[in-house]
Design a protein around this ligand. Structure first.
Ligand SMILES: *Cc1c(COP(=O)(O)O)cnc(C)c1O
Length: 452
């Protein structure tokens, strides 16, 4: 099973042929889920003592399993946050998979870690983080937020040795659910900060909340989590005034740019991120708007030493990994890792940053085009302001059941994947544009199904 044979060779050809066919498909099949019962029946028992053989496993993969999985890169997949990996990044993912590389330590993975670090440095420069900043690619934004907040509390524990009460994170009510999830894991509290009339968290509001807390609770406030591109509406908090408050009160300033951080590369919206370079930590998910395959989150540290202190694992069998260079495993809550930054690096190296700036601008334009089309329709209304590449809108007169039925119908027909969301308790529809291959015709086609 480990030796390369003529049989492996034949299977490799078939696997690579299939991968190439999938990459070439324009558009890829949208596909859609099946129940566990249906899949169990169609796939049958696949794990057997004797094995099915590679041909049969590949047939199951191509004919049974992937048709029951949605292609996130379909140009009319506009739900949640879609994926749209570049072809170069997909090819690099294949290379990394074929190379058995351990990306946790410099000693073992130096070459690829070097390229990952250059990619991290590029993102730090886009954000305006100082020399000496650094970071690591982790699996997802949820893991990135947790790792950042753990280091934040670790620093607070060192700086406030007399604090005996609970530890508290400040975040806006628009913050992503993973912030609450991190607080649960860490057994911390979250105090929600009200947003302004444009749904932005402002420094003044944080100051106001802090002033209203008892001294003991205020003393336990160790981090402010700002969002640079909320998941629902793409809103960017007022990072500069938040940085002021954090610097004044010695509070860790974390910026969650899992979705929107990629907007840093787009000249048309760059000024909305002013102040981000003063963050203690930032996350940006390349598997969202930087066109990399799953799973990939860039976790950036202003001062990587904070991360090393909080996250380095110590054991007799690990100490030999010291090589005089920072180990990726020391920069987050993880140890073994795929060199998952390589697909982004390969694609950036291939195409250059300019191509990324343009592709991101294309998706921002799509959101503006969609908003105009929605406003022009007698039965549709934009909800909130379109921001970055997200537009929320209502179909007048529809109940939440009608929205869901419409969404299910579109997916069943293989036409589009657009899901309802909620804004201020009202069910609405939401477009998130990530894929530069989406066209105005795609939007028109989807909107036309809302008219009747
Ligand atoms: C998507 C998202 C996350 C979580 O990222 P995952 O990679 O899905 O874990 C966190 N914050 C924001 C703002 C997001 O949009």
């Amino acid at each position: 099973m480990h030796r390369y044979s003529s049989e492996t060779d034949r299977l490799a050809q078939r696997v690579i042929d299939h991968a190439m066919r999938r990459i070439r498909m324009d558009p890829p099949p949208l596909d859609g889920p099946q129940s566990a019962e249906v899949l169990a029946r169609v796939a049958g028992t696949t794990i057997t003592e004797a094995g099915l053989g590679g041909d049969e496993a590949l047939r199951l993969y191509t004919d049974v399993l992937t048709p029951a999985t949605i292609s996130t890169d379909h140009p009319r997949f506009l739900a949640f946050v879609p994926g749209a990996p570049t072809e170069a990044s997909i090819l690099a993912d294949l290379l990394v998979g074929a190379s058995s590389i351990y990306g946790g330590s410099w000693r073992e993975g130096a070459g690829l870690v070097h390229a990952e670090n250059e990619t991290i440095r590029f993102l730090c420069d886009e954000a305006g983080l100082p020399d000496g900043a650094g970071g690591v690619f982790v699996s997802c934004g949820t893991a990135g937020n947790l790792s950042a907040l753990v280091a934040a509390r670790d620093r607070a524990r060192r700086n406030r040795p007399d604090h005996r009460g609970r530890w508290t994170i400040l975040a806006s009510e628009e913050a992503h659910s993973s912030v609450e999830a991190a607080a649960r894991v860490m057994d911390c509290d979250v105090v929600l900060v009200p947003t302004d009339d444009r749904r932005r968290m402002m420094g003044d509001a944080v100051s106001g909340v802090l002033a209203g807390l008892t001294p003991e609770v205020a003393d336990g406030c160790f981090a402010v989590v700002a969002t640079s591109g909320t998941t629902n509406l793409g809103v960017i908090d007022d990072l500069a005034s938040l940085a002021d408050v954090c610097e004044r009160d010695d509070i860790w300033f974390h910026v969650d740019g899992a979705y929107g951080g990629a907007g840093l590369l787009a000249p048309s919206v760059r000024d909305r991120f002013d102040g981000i370079g003063r963050a203690d930590s930032i996350i940006i998910d390349p598997h969202k708007w930087l066109f990399a395959p799953y799973d990939c989150c860039a976790l950036l540290w202003k001062s990587p030493d904070d991360a090393v202190r909080a996250h380095t694992q110590h054991a007799g069998y690990l100490d030999t990994l010291e090589y005089g260079a920072m180990n990726p495993s020391d920069l987050a809550h993880h140890l073994s890792r795929r060199a998952r930054g390589i697909p982004l690096w390969f694609s950036l190296a291939t195409h250059g940053v300019g191509a990324y700036r343009e592709a991101i601008e294309v998706t921002i334009d799509l959101a503006n085009t969609a908003a105009e089309m929605i406003q022009a329709s007698p039965v549709l209304e934009v909800v909130g302001e379109p921001s970055l590449s997200i537009v929320c809108f209502r179909r007048t007169g529809w109940s939440s059941t009608q929205y869901q039925e419409w969404s299910d119908r579109l997916l069943r027909r293989g036409l589009a994947f657009v899901t309802p969301s909620a804004v201020d308790g009202e069910t609405v529809l939401r477009f998130c544009f990530i894929n530069p291959l989406t066209t105005a015709d795609d939007i028109e086609l989807i909107l036309s199904t809302l008219a009747d």
